[in-house]
Design a binder for this molecule. Structure first.
Ligand SMILES: Cc1cc2nc3c(=O)[nH]c(=O)nc-3n(C[C@H](O)[C@H](O)[C@H](O)COP(=O)(O)O)c2cc1C
Length: 326
């Protein structure tokens, strides 16, 4: 059995890795990820300036996942570029991902120029979907703003690029966003970021679980799984086939990984379950993915990637017996 997978021209020994935001803030975190069983790793989303993020409490464990309002605490883009250059020089055959987030649309171009000028040749993920910075919208809910950012960005950037997207809930949104994405030289999309602006309440005190934004925070974990599957599937049906998909959201076991791949993902990221379980999550998920594959008779990811079955048997009217169009 092989778990080899590809994004653009990059090959990875297996498709499971961290999602940006968990266990990836410092050089030590990143080194630990790189030495783990994960197939690759991604940095915390770096911003132009280092940030302390929002006041605590800003993360809480929920019965089926997590709520967070971290507010992009990070060590700043320079730190992550330096780490990336150094790691790449020492490990030229271990491709990885650098995540960046803008506080303003113009930041994306400034950051793209800096990464372009660096020696980093891996994958850069432009996070257009952070829900937790007070006063800042999730850019990728605005199709025109996204198109403008990508237009400016790709004037200065020609390295492999991915776009981290928020969850969409209406088929018209998938149509509109995919039409824009298809016009740019994007290597992959990452779908989905947390479900923005959920609210959870402590029943003992009638108080929100997190402090920032009046208790509103991004929801991850099992709550996100059906939305992540639908987003990966919807984009796989609409994007140019050369644009790969990283599936993120709701992974708790190997079957969840399998299902994101079934919907079209080439790589699968884990945030909440990594936060809860630590690096041991990777060997567990890899073993469980192989069980799920064996149960279905698959020996490689391409055997089932994007091969979701839908129900297409003819429907018959119970009274007349005539066939009904669904
Ligand atoms: C504590 C925490 C911090 C996060 N920080 C980032 C971030 O900096 N950049 C980003 O693109 N996504 C961030 N996310 C979102 C995750 O990468 C992921 O898209 C989301 O949590 C859904 O995955 P999950 O269901 O496995 O949690 C963060 C999530 C959590 C829980």
């Amino acid at each position: 059995m092989t778990l080899t997978t590809h994004i653009g021209s990059f090959e990875f020994a297996n498709p499971i890795m961290n999602a940006s935001g968990v266990h990836c803030l410092s050089a030590q975190d990143l080194d630990e990820l790189a030495a783990s069983a994960a197939g690759s790793f991604i940095t915390k989303s770096g911003t132009l300036e280092a940030r302390v993020g929002n006041p605590a409490p800003r993360y809480a464990t929920l019965p089926y996942g997590s709520i967070n309002s971290m507010g992009l605490p990070n060590k700043g883009l320079d730190y992550y570029i330096q780490y990336a250059e150094k790691f790449q020089a020492a490990h030229p055959d271990q491709p990885f991902f650098l995540s960046v987030a803008g506080m303003a649309p113009s930041d994306y171009v400034t950051m793209a120029k800096q990464i372009q000028a660096s020696s980093f040749t891996g994958l850069t993920e432009f996070n257009l979907s952070c829900p937790n910075v007070p006063g800042k919208p999730q850019v990728a809910y605005d199709v025109e703003a996204t198109e403008q950012i990508l237009t400016e960005l790709f004037k200065v950037f020609n390295k492999p690029a991915g776009i981290k997207l928020p969850p969409y809930f209406d088929l018209a949104q998938f149509d509109a966003m995919a039409a824009v994405l298809n016009r740019f030289p994007i290597t992959y999309i990452n779908s989905i970021n947390s479900l923005g602006n959920g609210l959870m309440i402590d029943p003992a005190t009638d108080t929100t679980l997190v402090r920032p934004k009046g208790g509103f925070g991004g929801i991850g974990g099992a709550y996100a799984k059906p939305i992540a599957l639908a987003n990966v599937r919807a984009f796989r049906e609409r994007l140019r086939p050369e644009i790969s998909i990283v599936g993120t959201g709701g992974v708790r076991n190997g079957r969840d990984v399998y299902e994101l791949i079934l919907c079209g993902a080439s790589m699968v990221q884990v945030a909440t379950t990594l936060q809860e379980e630590g690096l041991g999550v990777f060997p567990r998920l890899l073993a469980e993915l192989q069980v799920a594959m064996a149960e279905n008779g698959h020996t490689s990811l391409t055997d089932f990637q994007g091969q979701l079955h839908t129900i297409t048997t003819p429907v018959t009217d119970a009274v007349s017996g005539a066939s009904v169009k669904d």
